[in-house]
Write a protein that binds this ligand. Structure first.
Ligand code: MG
Length: 190
């Protein structure tokens, strides 16, 4: 099982928020949300921001590749009222099928990941990464200004494969990206 965050990991929600709440950019370096009013994501405006956010390039393709060998479960801090919207967004942008668990902050993410037997966490929140690692679950972070110093951060989704080994996910890499020409079960010269 791969557990994957949504906002600012798959969906560039901060790009929408930067336009709606200009002047907050300097705080983004210390906050995984661009600062917004309390409870904003359960309002019509907040739900709309999540609905219109664009996926990061290559995210759906990479996650689909991984999903061929490990199912994906989406863990998000979005409010429960955004769960259906999130499922529809993921489908619309060609992400692999997977259950969505909303209202899921870093502590709950780690607990859910342990319960699911997750082999990898994907997120943008350094606190989530820390919780995953304490729970013994490798984690890679989609690079953002507030997490760029993490040694397992990746700046482009197509580069994720390169950091999976460093995160301790060699087995997942071997299964998801088999070497070309390697035919399982065929003896040399057969
Ligand atoms: Mg996030």
């Amino acid at each position: 099982m791969i557990v994957c965050d949504v906002d600012n990991t798959l969906a560039d929600v901060n790009a929408v928020l930067r336009e709606r709440f200009p002047g907050n950019a300097e705080r983004e370096s210390v906050c995984h949300w661009a600062p917004v009013p309390e409870g904003y994501f359960a309002t019509p405006g907040g739900l709309d921001a999540m609905a219109i956010a664009l996926p990061y390039p290559g995210a759906a393709e990479m996650l689909s590749t991984l999903a061929r060998v490990e199912p994906v479960y989406y863990l998000t801090a979005r409010p429960t009222c955004a769960a259906m919207l999130t499922t529809q967004w993921l489908s619309r942008h060609h992400f692999p099928d997977g259950a969505v668990l909303a209202d899921c902050g870093p502590v709950r993410k780690a607990a859910a990941a342990v319960e699911l037997g997750a082999c990898l966490g994907l997120d943008d929140d350094p606190q989530a990464a820390w919780r995953y690692r304490v729970a013994g679950i490798p984690c890679c972070l989609y690079s953002q200004p507030y997490n760029a110093r993490d040694f397992c951060a990746f700046t482009r989704w197509r580069d994720l494969r390169g950091v999976l080994d460093a995160a301790g996910c060699g087995d997942l890499v071997a299964r998801a990206f088999p070497r070309r020409g390697w035919v399982v079960g065929a003896a040399p010269g057969a």
